[in-house]
Design a protein. Structure first.
Length: 461
């Protein structure tokens, strides 16, 4: 009898892993695996600023990647292979970016693909990635990083959002089509951080396109450092030059500083705030809790920008419902429920489909080189968790075109719509003694292709 019990226990131990593996929901439709990768590992290599100016968005990215890997690994990983991560912090220092790239690019075996965080890193590594034949994906998009200095040379870096130049084009198109919502003679003052990211939307092509939509972009932009505590001079320079719209290609503290300054200068009624997709991030809404406008809501209330992916509140979308469920199960805070957390999930699901298709074609994980994964991505059409649609037109483009325009507002006390003032807003007391207002994004348009505003692009006048 004791031998029989032992045998039963051993059998249970043997079958428990198979019984414990959960099934993916039906809405996630990966390609069927033709090669069993059980016992192997696919590593997502990524590096960037997780402790400097970008930390507000990159820390939630790490959380999203972690939660997504755990979720998919519990459901078979990649054809049986375990998904792992290897990442390093640059602190926003490009010397560290280079050092980390040197480490990763000389591993044996060499990574087939990596994730990058920032436009500046993409510009720094663009030629090296091509030489080393390593595919890179990024949720950013400067022309130089994706298309080279001439703006016409496709490289090895692929963006999962529209070019920043294309995003300001989408905004100008929206202004031109909805003139009654904006001041007469709409005039954009471009105010942002210096550098590859901050300057990415201010180009001759975007200026010309916006002019064709009836929107002027002032010829002199204003730039301020992420560490700046007073940008009133920058804002006044633009307003005095005729700006009635301030557009920022910054994130986290950047849009907040612009909005706070507009309120402090008493310009709320005279200036519309707008920006890149990162200007609508949860971090911007939460940081703005300490600077309230005349309506009693955070100063960024009403800021308009791009929303090229599904958002947290669109729970009728099964992928968004799943991510909300997993964020709650992993006790993710409100600050983690941002753009980057969503994109972390999208990146992992993209890796899964990318490697399945590549290994199916080449026959083994060892044969899934950078060149082979790049060939797969060029041809792949896939919507990771339904968040956005991947289609690089057979390799003709390096940034996804789909975009929509949205505005940031704040949840009302009953939780069923946007607040009209601070009096009817939902408020959450925080441990630091401040009060959080819950940012929500309200789409103003449906998804449509952003204008192609790279040099020589189809929509450049």
């Amino acid at each position: 009898m004791r031998k029989l019990i032992l045998l039963v226990v051993l059998l249970l131990v043997a079958v428990t892993p198979a019984l414990a593996q959960e099934e993916l929901p039906e809405f996630i439709q990966h390609s069927e695996c033709a090669v069993d990768l059980t016992g192997q590992t696919v590593t997502i290599y990524h590096f960037g600023d997780i402790s400097g100016s970008y930390a507000f968005i990159t820390q939630p990215l790490l959380a999203g990647l972690t939660d997504a890997m755990a979720y998919f690994n519990a459901r078979g990983g990649i054809c049986g292979a375990t998904i792992a991560a290897d990442n390093r912090d640059t602190g926003g220092d490009q010397a560290q970016t280079q050092a980390h790239y040197d480490y990763y690019s000389t591993l044996d075996p060499k990574p087939a693909a990596i994730l990058l965080y920032a436009s500046g890193d993409a510009e720094l590594l663009r030629e090296q990635l091509a030489e080393d034949e390593i595919l890179a994906m990024i949720s950013a998009g400067s022309v130089a990083g994706l298309y080279g200095e001439d703006g016409m040379s496709n490289g090895w870096i692929y963006a999962t959002n529209p070019l920043y130049a294309d995003q300001i084009g989408s905004f100008c198109r929206y202004v031109g089509a909805n003139a009654a919502q904006f001041p007469e003679n709409p005039t954009i003052g471009y105010i942002s951080w210096p550098g590859a990211f901050g300057e990415a939307a201010y180009t001759p092509e975007t200026i010309a396109y916006c002019a064709a939509q009836g929107v002027t972009i002032l010829e002199s932009p204003e730039y301020f450092l992420p560490s700046a505590t007073d940008i009133s001079g920058n804002v006044l320079n633009l307003v005095d030059a005729g700006a009635n719209i301030l557009y920022t290609n910054s994130l986290a503290s950047g849009p907040f500083m612009v909005a706070k300054t507009v309120v402090d200068l008493g310009l709320e009624e005279d200036v519309v705030l707008a920006g890149v997709n990162w200007a609508l991030d949860t971090s911007v809404g939460l940081l703005s809790r300490t600077a309230l406008g005349s309506d009693g809501l955070p100063a960024v209330n009403g800021i308009i920008g791009s929303l090229p992916f599904r958002w947290w509140t669109e729970r009728a979308e099964p992928g968004i419902a799943l991510i909300n469920e997993q964020a709650a199960a992993n006790a993710r805070s409100l600050s983690a429920q941002n753009i980057a957390y969503l994109l972390g999930w999208g990146a992992v699901d993209t890796y899964i489909e990318l490697y399945i298709q590549t290994v199916n074609r080449v026959g083994s994980l060892e044969a899934a080189t950078g060149a082979e994964t790049r060939a797969t991505l060029d041809a792949m059409q896939y919507a990771p968790l339904g968040l956005y649609s991947i289609d690089y037109s057979g390799g003709a483009i390096r940034a996804l075109p789909d975009n929509r325009i949205a505005t940031m507002m704040f949840l009302n006390a009953t939780g069923d719509g946007p607040a009209t003032s601070g009096d009817d807003a939902m408020k959450v007391d925080l441990p630091d003694g401040t009060v959080a207002y819950i940012p929500i994004l309200v789409p103003l348009t449906g998804f449509e292709a952003a204008p192609d505003l790279r040099p020589g692009g189809a929509d450049v006048p």
